[in-house]
Write a protein that binds this ligand. Sequence first.
Ligand SMILES: [Zn+2]
Length: 572
Amino acid sequence: MRILKTVLVVLALSALPLRAAAQQSSALDQVVDRIIIQEQAEMNSLRAFAPMVETYIQNLKGDKDLGVVPAGDKYFMGRAVLAKGVELEPLTEGDNSGGTRKKIFGGLGSMFSLSMEYLPRGFLQMIYLDTNGFDKSHYKFDYVRREFLGEVRALVFDVTPLPKAGKGRFVGRIWVEDQDFHIVRFNGAYGGGSRTNYYFHFDSWRVNSGPNLWLPAFIYSEESDLNYAVAKRLSFKAQTRLWGYNQSASTQEQELSKILIESQTPVKDQSSTANDINPIMAQRNWDRQAEDNVVDRLERLRLMAPVGEVDKVLDTVVNNLEVTNNLDIQPEIRCRVLLTSTLESFTIGHTIVFSRGLIDVLPDEASLATMVAHEVSHVVLGHRIDGQYAFFDRLLFDEKDTFKHFGFSRTQAEEDAASVKAVELLKNSPYKDQLTTAKLFLDALQSREKEIPNLISPHLGDRVPVNSTLASAVTPSSQTPGNASPADPKASAQSQIVALPLGGRIKMDPWSDKLLMLKSKPAGAVAEREKMPFEVTPFMLYLTRETNNSTAAAPGAISADSKTAVEKVPQQ
Ligand SMILES: [Zn+2]
């Protein structure tokens, strides 16, 4: 009797944990199954897209004061044809990358050719975790914890290839959002099987752009201890960005349906008023048409962001320069943003274009104003757009020839004239006492010139004008570094940041290409080694869920009001 009872107790005690363990492992199994199915679906659905891909690589060298600094760079841009796997149609050339035609050696995840050149496709590869065998027969999944990535709650797993899973398998950690089990981030490496296989580390992010739509958008990669050919060390940091997923010409089609509705109302007879066009107006209209054509084409090529909040920031600065210089420019100046990371700016008629990359690295509003003043000067001096773009056949060309076809760079004479005029405009402007940082920015850019040649090489416009006359505009009162703004007494030479790391200001929606100003808290005191001017830094995204595809956000306090008052660009 007594013995039997004990046995029952033992059975009762052991039965519970056993069942709980079984439940736990089946829960894990179920979640892992869902992740695998979802990742398969993700890879299939991505085949429908042909996003733009841009990779910027900085080689690194040691520096006794700053840790590591850039030592040479590479830039690739192209369109990914995901329907064909990891296929890339290059837009850039002449960057010594040798295009993509060279044979990739070493299989999955290899990023170098035999001659140790970077291969753009190797970076594009990192949008996928494993295209051939992401399943339980090749991988082991260990649940780590739950974690928030911004607003998105994610389950975190460690993923390791099983023995004999083969070469080039992913090793690292994945973050899986907890509603539909999409992998939203993976961080690790493709493991090489042998010493001849070069591998590297990366952190790949996907961004939500609608229900069940997570798009690969940002990849940070680096290698700090990569031995090749035994002794030569190749260390680098790289950022890869993808955008332009939404390929539909929806804007144009929406416009067409609107026009068709409008056309049912009769056209007003305007013959009684003075509507004939004189030759000067005709020339202006002709130029405006050329300008509109180019802007429209650049937007359709997914090289230019749609009209948005960042344009308004630039418009504000243009307004401030015009008001204080009593300028009345007709037709009105418009500002647009090129989506690339390269530092460049140009004018197309009365449209001023800044690259995202340039706006990103500028340290403050006054230095932005310095760049804007240069472009406004081109307009004021009447440096015109090539009128040939008013002929529509000039706009019909193959996408891969974009950079060959379009070029908006100026002659040296026009550049010099604009730089002189810019200083004149700045001297009358509200920025006149704050030009020290702008000067320091240009100095910093000049001193880094040799290390970042591809970042500062424009594809469409002019490189950042090194304005030698700017020094004359820097007033003695503003020459104390960091004392640019009396409203900011805490600023000191130590905390002075003369140029930001790449991606410091603007965030991009990979679906719609819309740009928004980053809303981050100030970093506080920044050590010298943390400043990293013009440098590549990791991506750390604040993920959100998009409930519909319209990502229009309130532009906040920016007002695009009439030219009556000097406006303040909102600080980030
Ligand atoms: Zn210029």
